[in-house]
Design a protein around this ligand. Sequence first.
Ligand code: ADP
Ligand code: ADP
Length: 216
Amino acid sequence: MRLVLVGPPGAGKGTQAQYIASNLSIPKISTGDIFRANVSGGTDLGKLAKTFMDRGDLVPDEVTIAMVRDRLSEDDAQDGFLLDGFPRNVAQAEILRDMLKDWGLELDLVLELVVDDDEVVRRLAGRRTCSQCGRIWHVEFDDKKDDKCDACGGALFQRDDDKEETVRHRLEVYQEQTAPLVSYYVDEGILVGVDATGPVEEVTQRAMEAIRPYLG
Ligand code: ADP
Ligand code: ADP
């Protein structure tokens, strides 16, 4: 299964990606996570990416695409993958299509996580991430009174780009650059919308129902 998740920042892509990828036994490939790992590791890629991420802008396509090409070439991605956060504009989508075509492959399905703006802002404002295992939490919805990860005990942190100013800009970037992907994938005939409101488990169930007809 070759799957892409699209949706605005805060829609729950990372949260759902954890469960969907595990249900389907395919690797979850989150470009935001790979960039953040490079930023923490102080690599050249991380230094470059950080300037764009801190502003809430997209990292340039050529850098992002080279990184995704390398990741998709790894052994664990040969029988399927779930992409979270890539593609993020139509140019990236076109290059992904060509890249897969060169390998004799194509995407099976694109799931769009649909939530309204108010909910997205609420979700981003309370997002916390575990510095140890990367799990995503929410201060209010997961009732996180301490700053510790329930899964591994690691310290939770708030992403720099989840501050109010940057969030506003990221939502504009989504509308301008990423939202056009929805009609791009409708035209390709592989987009399915999923209502991403309500409890996490219910959203996962809806997503799995949407995926079922496409499983080989
Ligand atoms: P969110 O989970 O809020 O949607 P991500 O973790 O996916 O955010 O991405 C964080 C940041 O990493 C983005 O704001 C952008 O700077 C960078 N980034 C992630 N994926 C891409 C991509 N496909 N193209 C360009 N930049 C990206
Ligand atoms: P994205 O990757 O699309 O930016 P995340 O998966 O990081 O989104 O989720 C953003 C925030 O919203 C996190 O704090 C997460 O715990 C929370 N969240 C995700 N899904 C739900 C849901 N169905 N209901 C309430 N909160 C959610």
